[in-house]
Design a protein around this ligand. Structure first.
Ligand code: BGC
Length: 761
């Protein structure tokens, strides 16, 4: 049982509230304060219409109730016209509204398909800006409304555990605190538009390899400390209306119909009152789905056509699914088989009612039912494009710079090298695919930036296509272009590949498959080295959904920029950073290892599976995920968690840490010591000096992004509540805060600690 921890708690309170004196930044979007201030209780909208929900429920027949709890086509479910209950319409998610897939997965070409393509979620995470989370969600909510969607299938918040996970680009961070802080704004941004967010994939869905079959075992401590806090924040602080189960198993039972995850933790402990839907095809058993918290079964009819309906699993616990009748969706686990089960055993009716109640709650909260009108939404507005630009500008991370950046606008000859410079990324990756209204590539962004003021020569250097290796002719062309230029901007890295509908082999940054390795594909190491040798004034820009192995040439590069997948305005944002119109302020949301083998999932864990058993895996890396491992086990990263450079310098000073009856208060000053205005992400880590269990060297427990003009000083106030100090005790089955001394570390990354204080509890 989850247990509230003991006496020392009196010293510190519950609500975390980071206030920053005078920190409102001209670089950040204004957003309602509600975007960052967590409410104390379950947000009202979900429970605001209990009487009406109860009334409707009474009028529904058993058949109608069953009709509401499973898909009726690709992205729609339910609908009872007799009672004015509409169908629930969904769309991916998570960084834009997906083009119309059609009821039967035959994509429909609509002009409105072309929408705003926001930077991917790890770009958002790299901003470390809570208000941008809200702005991002607002765009999604407005565009979902415009397209008539009730639920947007995002945010994706699984912990970035293994660097090879093909979907890391859809996720936020390796750190549960950073995830929790960003997810709240995203959800409120969406839901303030009257659209439901759907946080996914619950839980421990941290790889794509064997994602539908892998049985993940993880210690209770790692589950509580690392893998669940983001979901808990989504429910309790974000007030999310819906949540999606994961494909994988957890401790032997499929996650989507997992009694412990869905009933014990999500619905009982956390008090979630909204809707749990399956991932597409992640339900496997009628009785488990009925009993263990799946409220809505979604899926693809292809799953059924491919005969992956596991009749044996159903037969053991419930009446066998009836032969196909009018419609393939009747064969879903929560369709005819569920009806038969409930008809045979009326004791199951309350379970069914609970599911329908949750669906109806979401419908009232999103104004699908009730008197309030749905907002018409908006599409491709200038404001949406400005948000896409802002997130990219704040999310691009400057990893290395010897002073070559920012580039001077007086530069006359620029060589842009790398096939990624002209590649559009919106359409790739899997279910996150989008059709962008437009997409500014890096090359286009540089042209926009410079107009005709400089000559830009472009050489692709490699081909993005399956099986391509280094091509001497393309390298020779790139070297010639580099030699003839004053400055080289190399734009390479990863890509969404290949054709995800084939889902056949290892690719990069794509759903249903993990990456084969961290190497730059298509012989890029050779190309970068050749270009660097031809012209040392080379700036390297990488695109992609996570770290790449740059060890072959990073020592020789003058500057390195991580641009992720920066969305429809990405090329402009990149040019603004490279030429200093915008001072970079992005920080890494996960550690970049020197070598893949250095990462804890590889070193301590069993990724991608238990040796000898491809369908099982125990997270032996336990709580030692990301920097918790690198910093505790003294393994040097290539670039540390939280790292990101600026064109100015920041001085940290005057730290005081004051314990209080509710929370400890941390005060410090930060001064911009350089010549350029810019923003710094001040990170607060806590280190437990002595504990009954082994604890990480440091854990992120606060941060604030502060904008400063040259010479300006601001005082920041951050607070630490009890959650900042406690750990999960497996013996006591609860959170424990041990009295004693805790170091309070303030820094610019997990490896760049500038001030150290302490507090004794
Ligand atoms: C993905 C989900 C997505 C769903 C619908 C699944 O394959 O895992 O994230 O929302 O498809 O497209």
């Amino acid at each position: 049982m989850f247990k509230q921890f003991p006496p020392i708690a009196a010293l510190l309170g519950t609500a975390l509230c980071c206030a920053v004196a005078g920190c409102s930044s001209p670089q950040t979007h204004e957003a309602p304060e509600a975007a960052v201030a967590p409410p104390a209780a379950q947000p009202a909208p979900l429970l605001a219409h209990e009487a009406e929900v109860g009334k409707l429920l009474k009028q529904l027949t058993l058949e109608e109730k069953i009709h509401m709890i499973h898909a009726n086509s690709a992205f729609a479910a339910g609908g009872v016209p007799r009672l004015g209950i509409p169908e629930l319409l969904m769309s991916d998610g998570p960084h834009g509204v997906r083009p119309e897939q059609g009821r039967d997965w035959k994509p429909v070409d609509l002009p409105a398909n072309a929408g705003t393509y926001l930077p991917t979620n790890n770009t958002l995470a790299s901003t470390w800006n809570r208000k941008l989370g809200y702005a991002y969600g607002t765009v999604l909510g407005q565009e979902a409304n415009f397209r008539g969607k009730d639920v947007i299938l995002g945010p994706g918040i699984n912990i970035v555990r293994a660097p090879l996970n093909g979907r890391n680009f859809e996720y936020l961070s390796e750190d549960p605190y950073l995830v929790s802080q960003l997810v709240v704004g995203y959800i409120r941004g969406v839901q303030d538009q009257g659209v439901s967010a759907c946080v996914k994939h619950f839980a421990v869905n941290n790889q794509e390899t064997q994602r539908s079959k892998i049985d993940v075992n993880v210690s209770e401590r790692a589950l509580r400390e690392i893998y669940l806090p983001g979901f808990k924040a989504a429910v309790q602080q974000g007030g999310v209306y819906s949540l999606m189960g994961a494909y994988n198993k957890f401790r032997g039972q499929y996650a989507t119909e997992n009694a412990y995850l869905m009933n014990t933790i999500l619905k009982e402990e956390w008090g979630f009152k909204g809707l749990v839907m399956s991932d597409w095809g992640s339900s496997h058993n009628t009785m488990d789905a009925l009993r263990n918290g799946t409220d809505l079964e979604m899926g693809t009819d292809l799953v059924l056509k491919n005969n992956s309906l596991d009749q044996s699993a159903t037969a053991s616990t419930a009446p066998a699914a009836p032969a196909p009748t009018k419609n393939i969706y009747d064969r879903f686990y929560l369709a005819d088989a569920a009806l038969e089960a409930v008809q045979k055993d009326p004791k199951l009716v309350p379970l069914l009612d609970d599911k329908v109640r949750r669906i109806l709650r979401l419908m009232y909260a999103t104004h699908m039912l009730g008197d309030a009108k749905r907002q018409p939404g908006s599409h491709n507005t200038k404001a949406h494009q400005a948000t896409a630009l802002k997130v990219a500008e704040e999310g691009i991370v400057l990893l290395k710079n010897d002073g070559i950046l920012p580039l001077k606008k007086s530069v006359k000859r620029i060589a842009v090298i790398g096939a990624n410079a002209t590649r559009e990324n919106a359409g790739g990756g899997g279910s996150a695919q989008l059709k962008a209204k437009y997409e500014i590539t890096p090359l286009q962004g540089l042209k926009n930036e410079l107009g005709g003021a400089a000559t830009i020569t472009y050489a692709p250097g490699y081909k993005i296509a399956r099986g391509q290796k280094a091509d001497p002719a393309l390298i020779a062309e790139a070297v010639a272009a580099a030699k003839a230029a004053d400055v080289v901007i190399y734009v390479g890295g990863s890509f969404h590949g290949y054709d995800y509908t084939k889902w056949t082999d290892n690719a990069y940054d794509a759903e249903d498959t993990d990456k084969p390795d961290l190497n730059l594909p298509f012989g890029q190491d050779e190309l970068v080295r050749a270009v660097q040798a031809a012209n040392p004034n080379t700036v390297v820009v990488l695109l992609g959904g996570g770290p790449m192995d740059v060890s072959a040439w990073v020592g020789q590069t003058r500057a390195l920029v991580e641009a992720w997948y920066p969305g429809m305005e990405g090329g402009n944002a990149l040019a603004h950073i490279l030429f200093g119109d915008v001072n970079p302020s992005g920080k890494l949301p996960f550690t970049f290892p020197v070598k893949l083998q250095d990462s804890p999932a590889m070193k301590l864990g069993e990724y991608p599976s238990t040796p000898g058993n491809p369908l099982k895996q125990t997270y032996k890396d336990d709580i030692w995920v990301g920097y918790r491992y690198f910093d505790t086990y003294n393994v040097a990263p290539q670039f540390a968690f939280g790292h990101g450079l600026s064109y100015t310098t920041f001085k940290y000073d005057k730290l005081t840490v004051t314990p209080g009856p509710q929370r400890a208060t941390v005060l410090l000053t930060v001064t911009n010591g350089g010549k350029m205005a810019g923003a710094e992400v001040v990170q607060l880590y806590v280190h437990d000096e002595q504990a009954a269990v082994k604890r990480p060297e440091k854990e992120l427990k606060g941060f604030e992004k502060v904008f400063l003009r040259p010479g300006e000083t601001k005082t920041l106030t951050l607070t630490l509540d009890r959650e900042a100090f406690q750990y999960y005790d497996e013996v006591k089955k609860g959170w424990v805060l041990e009295p004693g001394k805790f170091d309070v570390l303030l820094g610019s990354s997990s490896r760049d600690i500038r001030l150290k204080g302490s507090v004794t509890l």
